[in-house]
Design a protein around this ligand. Structure first.
Ligand code: ADP
Ligand code: MG
Length: 676
């Protein structure tokens, strides 16, 4: 099988240069990859209906013999109709095809076919329009339906797959060791590949699916375990003293019970003999920063260096500011490293870091770039972890010698997903917001009430409150910048002439963004028109109103994150979702947001409605693409695969035993394009 991944798709019979290109686009550059391109659905032709009793209006198979050669008729608009009739010994089925002259050659009078499509009827006749059809004598019982692109029909893909299946070696190596297959009652890879594409029957299809899903989860888990690199080696950075009490006296507020618990749990890890590996999950505003500050403080007071990585420059700067204010008075030296720092200063910073003259380094993923080295890195914190791939987390930890690691996630990740991505982490949950927060009221409205909404904003601004407006998303043809600027212009000229309006978008330089955020933070801007760059972590307590345009286009979790920018002070906040969407599903989604502020519940709904890919945003979901396994529906299989992965990993972490060689190759295959 491994060698088939090296065999170019173009070597297949029937695949020339042009088609090879299309296959590549579909994600199948090699024969092996094609075999892993599983059908998205199946046509069950095993129980065809007679014409008379075929259910109307639903897709089904009908078996009948063609009575006469198809006729050709040109109609208006350059269309050509092909018509014929089929008979099953009892009733007649009329058949019509559009623009498909191949039917002239493919349908032979007197021969029996399976027609697959929708039957419609009036009192004169029963009819099928453009059905799929297959000669009854040679038709497989279940046919695969592939995701097609223009130029590559499902049938063409099926033919190529059939050719590819012929190339499978016999006997064929199976990455799942025989013992494991027996224990989990899983079919062989050979059987599974053949039956996932061309099942003998529905039962075989089921067992093929089970096997492939299990395998994919297993490989994913093994890969994550290896990257996570959880070892049982003792820590070099065992804390000698817990300085939490001292830290709490620095805070301008009382920590919540949840914060105290999270700090206690993490501290116990660091005081114990092994490296900490902990995830802190807490809804927006639950005060994760203070928790991480407590840990950094203790680590540093125990003579170590600490690093905190944030996903955006704005956020990194904000953290640096907060932590400086809190920790500098105790003599802790803080550095900020971001991509936009001038080269000379970067060099200086790196030198100071390597010499141990900086205790706490805050920054973006510039932290994991080459040339950044620490003297005694004992604690690594990653904020907004879901924004980073698992590999990035590992890369930062690799800057030290098995340092303690803490990851913080603001988007409550559905438990099911957390299990997968953080399967090797201990978990602390911040399930309590700091006191005095008023709940944010959320409303979903249609665009025609916009004038009233702006009047509302104006009133608030007059009371010295501030407002975010998340600008309409536009398609690729336009730019965020244009969208933000023209929206701001319209506000200024028409709706909010007496307000100070600022803009923020992705095209701006980090310094410019920073300047705008600072002005907003200082109250010099009343209304900030922005793209979703404000999404993550930004903290301006006086901002109490948020308007989100085109709300239907965002995932629920993302909306929840955005909404988390307000309601951070002691005043009641209002979030208004503007959407012109009329379809039920979109409206139902927005309603969920209006009815709850529980991030976990929202995340679960999001997962159900949109799937895990969307949940993590487009690019950075941090997991390789799965071909067949579905984390939301194949939970049982996932659980079993995870158990198995842990067992294998404990016994053979490098997968170097002969029976694990196949699995190792698969892990490499799945993770090959996946390093960032
Ligand atoms: P998040 O968990 O979203 O990262 P932050 O750490 O940014 O939340 O905290 C949100 C706000 O709440 C900040 O302004 C912070 O100073 C404040 N805060 C954190 N903990 C407490 C607390 N125990 N009491 C009062 N305010 C708090
Ligand atoms: Mg935060």
């Amino acid at each position: 099988m491994a060698s088939l991944f090296k065999q170019d798709i173009q070597t297949l019979k029937g695949v020339g240069r042009r088609r090879a290109e299309l296959f590549r686009k579909l994600g199948a550059p090699s024969v092996g990859a094609l075999l892993r391109l599983y059908p998205r659905a199946y046509e069950d032709l095993s129980r065809p209906f007679p014409v008379r009793t075929a259910p109307l209006g639903t897709v089904c198979a009908v078996r009948a013999a063609v009575e006469k050669a198809p006729t050709e008729t040109r109609i208006r608009g350059g269309m050509t109709l092909y018509k014929t009739r089929a008979f099953d010994g009892e009733s007649t089925l009329e058949l019509t095809f559009f623009n498909n002259r191949y039917v002239m050659n493919l349908l032979h009078p007197g021969e029996e076919y399976l027609f697959y499509g929708k039957v419609t009827a009036n009192f004169l006749k029963r009819e099928m329009i453009s059905p799929e059809f297959y000669p009854a004598a040679s038709c497989p019982p279940v046919l695969p339906v592939y995701r097609q692109t223009s130029g590559l029909s499902s049938r063409l893909i099926g033919n190529a797959v059939r050719e590819a299946l012929r190339l499978l070696p016999d006997p064929m190596a199976d990455p799942l060791p025989p013992m494991l297959r027996k224990e989990q009652t899983l079919s062989s890879l050979d059987f599974a590949l053949k039956n996932i594409h061309f099942p003998d029957d529905m039962e075989s299809l089921k067992s093929a699916r089970e096997r492939l899903i299990f395998e994919e989860f297993l490989v994913l888990q093994l890969g994550l375990l290896r990257i996570g690199g959880r070892t049982r080696a003792r820590s070099r950075f065992q804390l000698q003293s817990d300085r939490t009490g001292e830290f709490y006296r620095l805070l301008p507020f009382q920590p919540t019970e949840a914060q105290k618990r999270a700090v206690r749990e993490s501290m116990a890890d660091m005081l114990g003999g092994f490296p900490m590996n902990r995830l802190i999950q807490g809804d927006v505003g639950s005060g994760k920063t203070a928790v991480s500050a407590a840990l950094c403080h203790s680590a540093i007071k125990n003579g170590m260096q600490a690093a905190l990585m944030a996903p955006t420059e704005i956020l990194a700067r904000q953290h640096a500011r907060t932590l400086s204010a809190l920790l500098s008075p105790t003599g802790i030296r803080i550095g900020l490293l971001t991509g936009s720092l001038p080269a000379a200063e970067k060099r200086k910073l790196r030198g100071a870091l390597a010499d141990g003259e900086i205790d706490l380094l805050v920054g973006t993923h510039a932290l994991i770039s080459d040339g950044v080295s620490f003297k005694r890195l004992g604690l690594v914190v990653t904020d907004e972890q879901h924004r980073f791939g698992v590999a990035q987390r590992a890369a930062l930890a690799a800057k030290g010698d098995r340092p303690h690691t803490l990851v913080m996630s603001a988007t409550p990740i559905p438990r099911t997903l957390a299990l997968i991505i953080y399967g090797d982490l201990d978990l602390s949950i911040l399930d309590e917001l700091p006191p005095g927060r008023k709940e944010t009221k959320t409303y979903a409205v249609t665009p025609d009430v916009r004038p009233r909404v702006f009047a509302f904003v104006r009133r608030y601004v007059r009371e010295s409150r501030q407002c975010y407006i998340i600008c309409p998303m536009i398609d690729e043809s336009g730019s965020d910048m244009e969208s933000v600027n023209s929206y701001a212009q319209r506000l200024k000229s028409k709706w909010l002439p007496d307000c100070r309006i600022g803009t923020l978008h992705g095209k701006m330089k980090p310094k410019e963004k920073e300047a705008v955020m600072n002005r907003f933070s200082a109250g010099e801007i009343d209304v900030l028109v922005s793209t979703t760059v404000v999404e993550v972590g930004v903290d301006v307590p006086n901002a109490t109103v948020m308007l989100i345009e085109n709300a239907e286009r965002y995932g629920l979790s993302q909306l929840h994150q955005l909404r988390g920018r307000i309601g951070r002070g002691t005043c009641a906040s209002t979030c208004i979702l503007i959407s012109a969407a009329r379809n039920e599903e979109a409206l139902a989604r927005l309603k969920i947001l209006c009815s709850t502020s529980d991030g976990f519940q929202i995340a679960d709904e999001d997962l159900k409605l949109r799937g895990p890919g969307d949940f993590f945003g487009d690019r950075q979901h941090g997991l390789p693409d799965l071909k067949i396994a579905d984390m939301t529906t194949n939970m049982e299989s996932l659980r079993k695969a995870q158990e198995t992965a842990q067992k294998i990993f404990r016994a053979d972490p490098e997968l170097s035993l002969p029976e694990h060689r196949g699995l190792r190759a698969e892990v490499r295959q799945l993770f090959q394009n996946w390093t960032d």
